[in-house]
Design a protein around this ligand. Sequence first.
Ligand code: SAH
Length: 219
Amino acid sequence: MAVDRRFQRQRDHLIELIRSKGIEDERILAAIRAVPRHAFVDGALQTRAYEDEALPIGLGQTISQPFTVAYQSLLLDPRPGERILEIGTGSGYQAAVLCELGAEVYSIERLRPLFERTRHLLRELEYRLSCRLGDGTLGWEEVAPFDGIIVTAGAGTIPEALKLQLREPTEDRPGGRLIIPVGGSHAQTMNRLVRTGPDSWERERMDGFRFVPLLTGVR
Ligand code: SAH
């Protein structure tokens, strides 16, 4: 894709910052380095696009902090060709990072204006993925199961549909994994679930974060 060189130095600086915060996986860092984050925020915010901060994207929503995107991407660790579902398309930034990692990406957004705007932007930037307007807590049944699911909004509880849409393990491959922040409206704990059988999941709790809430329904 056509990368805008203007911001490359700022992007390099951001990569070093994320690395210094403990994300040292070169695949993840390269993917973040490849995505023009300034294209995912409003013109007036572009000069701040390579600060390690969440920024407003309208409708009370935010583009995730780059460190958070790196952290969740590393936990998900999508391999090229794996089928990945993202809940909460938002600005499209996390989805673009997943595309750069070579995943087959599906992404759901519940707010129509964001869905329309972001689908258009991702197409313009030549990212190939499937976007859909819908309630992500229900997953995407028609294309399940997924090798991985990443939720980029804070959940009160883990939606059952998402657990069930993870691929079951086989003899030579572990089951699908779900990366989801779980908690109250002001703070959540990152959770990583791995499907270990038809009716079983292994759950790990990681660091604390603050996301916009995972809500239900379409607006
Ligand atoms: N991944 C995004 C983060 C955006 S913030 C990015 O990189 O910019 C989280 C997004 O989740 C918001 O756009 C919000 O509208 C959306 N969201 C919240 N609940 C949802 C649900 N049930 N289904 C789909 N999207 C949801």
